[in-house]
Ligand binder design. Structure first.
Ligand code: ADP
Length: 224
């Protein structure tokens, strides 16, 4: 946890000081009058601010989960539509790395879930598939109706996860210690959050993966 705090301190301080420097620069009349330079600083601020927002969001979500204060707001959700929406929003990030998200199957599923948290689950899994893949990330998505619920499946062509780590990746703050992914940012909170939300829906998440062979994350949720 000490690692977490020093890591987090660094992660928070970097964007704050970048934003602060960019603000200083903008105050300079020479910069203020040069539109191109000005735009450069503004998009720098924008980008760093988004990074900060995501970080704060992650930490808050985890703090809430810890206190057991998380209340699900269940409403009827067309999951196929939600999945399609999020894939659509992500597609450009995959294309930028010459990859693609493929929809293998998308059954029409109407289910009582917490729309926001469930959306975050899909977001986190796609984000990981993109992060933990060296080149040309390809993800195959399947949503299948079952008798009383659904299976949701994400298969990636990423770096994979060795067997000993399959359980641990769902632990809070756990990150696979691999040199290859040292440059990938994260705090080991995402999958712990995903696991907690799936459990709050009385469901289950499993992983099948081996190093170099990609990973499959499967979620199963059934109504009682
Ligand atoms: P973070 O990405 O912030 O480190 P997560 O909880 O989302 O945290 O993931 C925990 C760890 O599991 C990651 O650090 C990574 O090592 C591994 N991991 C997660 N998703 C994948 C994936 N799709 N492919 C390979 N490794 C993964």
């Amino acid at each position: 946890k000490n690692d977490f705090i020093s890591n987090m301190t660094h992660e928070l301080k970097t964007p704050i000081s970048t934003i602060s420097l960019a603000c200083e620069a903008i105050k300079d009349p020479d910069v203020g009058n040069d539109e191109e330079t000005l735009n450069g600083f503004v998009s720098m601020i924008d980008q760093e601010n988004k990074r900060l927002a995501k970080l704060v969001e992650n930490v808050l979500q985890t703090a809430l989960l810890e206190k057991g204060k998380m209340n699900l707001k269940l409403t009827e959700v067309r999951l196929d539509k939600l999945v399609r929406e999020i894939i659509h929003a992500f597609q450009i990030r995959f294309q930028n790395k010459s990859g693609k998200i493929h929809i293998e199957e998308l059954d029409e599923v109407l289910m009582d879930v917490d729309r926001i948290h469930f959306g975050n689950i899909i977001y986190n899994l796609l984000d990981n598939a993109l992060k933990y893949c060296a080149v040309n990330p390809e993800v195959y998505v399947r949503l299948k109706k079952t008798t009383n619920g659904f299976n949701l499946y994400f298969k990636d062509n990423g770096i994979g996860i060795k067997k000993e780590d399959h359980k641990r990746i769902f632990e809070k703050l756990y990150r696979v210690p691999t040199g290859d992914v040292h440059n990938v940012k994260g705090f080991g909170l995402g999958l712990n959050y995903v696991d907690s939300i799936v459990k709050l829906h009385k469901g289950e998440i499993t992983v099948e993966s081996s190093v170099g062979k990609g990973s499959v994350f499967k979620i199963n949720i059934e109504n009682e």
